[in-house]
Design a protein around this ligand. Structure first.
Ligand code: AMP
Length: 298
């Protein structure tokens, strides 16, 4: 199967976007950092439902890594990614260099306030500034009608939606559900760095989300009780270090009240350490679920 054309410059992509728009075709963009897994592929399939042209970007964005080791160790396999893109009907792949997106002397940042102070924003200073800056650049280059993101990065979706509305990008932000391994672990490009023991223990995230969901379905609305249950589940995994477990409003990301009412985001971040034999790297995993608190099940 022939691989899709690769465009490497902003100017060439903008020219292509103008041609597609003039011809009345809708463009969907799926921004990724490559190392594609089924989660990314589900975004491509969603994009195909939304538009005539499915474009994917692959760019490991240096400015969103607050840990240089994480950036240096980020998995890269462009040939494999292009083959997968072909299988999923991608029409074009945008693979800019770092110099292309951050020309020498670049001084401009895009920053969303408030929504970025909490959760991953608190643990990873500068991360969201890097994300919003690069996504703004990608949207200006590809001029898509639709951009598709994954719910696994819930806060990222909320921040990008805010940025797109505030800056009038005129793009629809579509959020696709989290794709999981058969045992429930959310797919992530970083999962490959988990050692075998940490991989087993990483199921604590989805187990704690399931337990919280079940408790809420039984009528539990006490935020502290729910969080205590989540913490106990994570602490039972010896290689896990809880970064945060919080309930937040799904739109504003404001903290939820002590008694949950209505849709409530339960967001988790957990770091997994190498095991006693030194297998695996330190890997930070995130997961989330929106729970319908205090809303009787039909
Ligand atoms: P990344 O390459 O990690 O920057 O992710 C690119 C896009 O894929 C983002 O919109 C992520 O939210 C999305 N994504 C990552 N993991 C998953 C998953 N397990 N299910 C669905 N989407 C995902």
């Amino acid at each position: 199967m022939p691989t899709p054309p690769v465009v490497t410059t902003v100017q060439a992509l903008q020219a292509r976007a103008d041609r597609e728009r003039c011809a009345g075709r809708r463009i969907a963009l799926v921004p990724t950092m490559g190392a594609l897994h089924s989660g990314h592929l589900s975004l491509l399939d969603e994009a195909r439902k939304q538009a005539d042209c499915v474009w994917m970007s692959i760019f490991v964005n240096p400015t969103q890594f607050n840990d240089p080791k994480d950036f240096a160790g980020y998995p890269v396999d462009i040939e494999r990614d292009l083959a997968l893109a072909a299988q999923h009907g991608v029409d074009l792949v945008f693979c800019p260099s770092a110099d292309e997106l951050y020309p020498e002397g670049a001084k401009t940042w895009v920053e969303v306030e408030g929504l970025t102070d909490c959760l991953c924003g608190a643990s990873r200073p500068g991360h969201f500034r890097g994300v919003t800056t690069v996504v703004a650049k990608l949207l200006l280059a590809a001029r898509p009608h639709v951009a598709v993101f994954g719910q696994k990065d819930f806060q990222q979706c909320a921040v990008i939606r805010r940025m797109a509305a505030d800056l009038g990008f005129g793009v629809e932000i579509v959020v696709a559900p989290t794709v999981r391994e058969p045992d429930g672990l959310a797919l992530s490009s970083r999962n490959v760095h988990l050692g075998p023991e940490a991989r087993r223990q990483a199921l604590a995230l989805v187990r704690s989300l399931n337990a919280a969901e079940a408790a809420v379905a039984r009528g539990e609305t006490d935020r502290s009780a729910l969080l205590a249950q989540v913490r106990a589940e994570i602490e039972a995994a010896p290689l896990a270090r809880l970064d945060y477990a919080e309930f937040r409003d799904p739109d504003t990301l404001e903290p939820c009240p002590a008694r949950l009412v209505g849709p409530s985001l339960l967001a988790l971040a957990v770091e997994f350490l190498p095991d006693a034999q030194g297998r695996g790297a330190t890997v930070r995993l995130i997961d989330n679920r929106v729970l319908a608190a205090g809303i009787p099940a039909e």
